[in-house]
Design a protein around this ligand. Structure first.
Ligand code: FAD
Length: 411
């Protein structure tokens, strides 16, 4: 009988175990926590957004795009959807985002647990894996509960995202002990801190507003996202901001200047100053005898109006036509292209995932087996893959777990 050790009982480890388990294989999950699948419970605000009908590679990121596109094929992605359906989950689909019909993340975890039970997977909790070594053909797994031996091992330890600063995480160490390389690991899907030299952060704190956010690195447009931005006393948050954060993390790490331009008038005005000026003039003609502050308050949250007027150095009690051409242009520019300099991301403890991890060029893209060590496999967030908000990270965890499990279980 072949023995397979799964290091880490999260999303990828659970799926890998299900696929690896067969009559002739003995699969054991080693999990440091007191239960497996703990992180699944907090995903999607407790609802678990596990999949998205919008699928293409632009939602997934890695330093090694060539290998990423070999791993994440559209057939494999939809195999994940089928798998979740086959373990009894009926989806509730909203704008392409898949949640369990129950609206409870626990439903996904429970369905995986039942499947693990049917497949006779052994689950050992409160077991911290301290080291993994290969002694000839066998892997020796050293834990706080003694040493175990396996024919094959899948490392699915996830990442440090969402844990407190003092969280002991040795997932990368387990990989580097086998001479695997790690691309820089940085927070992703995380809030951004903004330079507050003009003291406006306290003024806009608590506001939520639809906007277009465009990320510029050293003046070059990198990515644009549309959605609800949450304005806070440290900077900006919200799904659209999260989706820019992995680029910001990597840019700041490389000392690149990171600027976000905010268009507060999505759908109302284009990014063109003249269109915005026409809109303001139209408003001024429509709503008579309004000060500029009153005029803007008809469009935007009042706190944002104050910030924009302050930054534009415009007295809100003036009328639109009292403004000089230069002031009008400045105002329009701050309405559709409000520039903030990003100084940092929030720490790992606030991040949903990390960007970076075990390099993909050292991993076989069909089997997830290490190219350096026969019989050693990786899956999930430990790898240098991160996805946008929208279910892409769990989809990758499931997909890579599926590939590792199939291959490990068969050969
Ligand atoms: C707040 C939050 C919300 C999220 N929401 C979503 C969402 O809605 N949709 C989405 O797609 N993604 C979401 N994610 C991301 C998603 O949860 C992760 O990408 C996914 O769980 C990664 O799966 P994994 O199996 O690689 O790692 P994990 O799920 O983190 O599992 C790794 C496991 O390994 C264990 N482990 C680690 N080291 C050891 C060791 N040395 N010995 C033994 N065990 C070990 C850990 O305890 C853990 O149980 C969210 C993340 C967070 C934090």
């Amino acid at each position: 009988m072949k023995t397979i050790g799964i290091i880490g009982g999260g999303a990828s480890g659970m799926v890998a175990s299900i696929y690896a388990s067969k009559k002739e294989n003995k699969v054991t999950i080693l999990e440091r926590n007191d239960i497996i699948g703990k992180k699944i419970l907090v995903t999607g605000n407790g609802r678990c957004n596990y999949f998205n009908s919008r699928q293409n590679l632009s939602y997934y990121h890695s330093d090694n795009f060539e290998n990423l596109e070999k791993i994440i094929t559209i057939d494999r992605v939809f195999e994940v959807e089928k798998f979740i359906r086959k373990i009894g989950i009926i989806p509730k689909i909203k704008d392409g985002y898949y949640y369990p019909f129950s609206n409870q993340a626990a439903t996904i975890r429970n369905a995986l647990l039942i499947e693990l039970k049917h497949k006779n997977v052994e689950i050992k909790t409160n077991v911290l894996v301290k080291d993994v070594r290969k002694d000839r053909e066998l892997f020796e797994v050293i834990t706080n509960d003694g040493t175990m031996k396996f024919d094959k091992v899948i490392i699915t330890t996830g990442s440090i995202a969402s844990f407190k600063k003092d969280y002991y995480f040795n997932g990368y160490q387990l990989a580097t002990n086998f001479k695997h390389s790690i691309t820089p690991v940085l927070p992703a899907l995380v809030q951004l801190e903004v330079l507050d030299d003009k003291k406006f952060l306290k003024k806009w704190a608590g506001v939520r507003s639809d906007a277009v956010v465009s990320l510029y690195e050293d003046g070059k447009l990198i990515k644009e996202e549309v959605g609800e931005v949450q304005f806070t006393d440290y900077g900006i948050s919200g799904i659209c901001v999260f989706n820019l954060s992995r680029f910001v993390s990597r840019g700041l790490y490389l000392n690149v200047s990171e600027v976000i331009k905010i268009n507060f008038l999505p759908n109302l005005s284009s990014f063109d100053i003249n269109d915005c000026l026409s809109l303001l003039e139209e408003q001024d003609n429509l709503a008579k005898d309004r000060t500029i502050r009153e005029l803007l308050a008809g469009i935007l949250n009042e706190k944002l109006v104050d910030v924009i007027l302050d930054i534009s150095s415009i007295d809100g009690f003036l009328y639109f036509n009292d403004l000089t051409d230069l002031e009008k242009v400045k105002l329009a520019s701050n309405l559709i292209s409000f520039e903030v300099k990003i100084t940092a991301t929030r720490p790992y403890s606030c991040a949903q995932v990390v960007t970076g991890g075990v390099k993909l060029d050292e991993i076989d893209s069909d089997t997830m087996e290490s190219k350096l060590v026969k019989g050693l496999y990786f899956a999930g967030e430990i790898l240098d893959v991160d996805g946008d908000c929208g279910g892409y990270n769990l989809t990758f965890a499931f997909l890579s777990g599926m590939l590792a499990g199939i291959s490990c279980g068969e050969r």
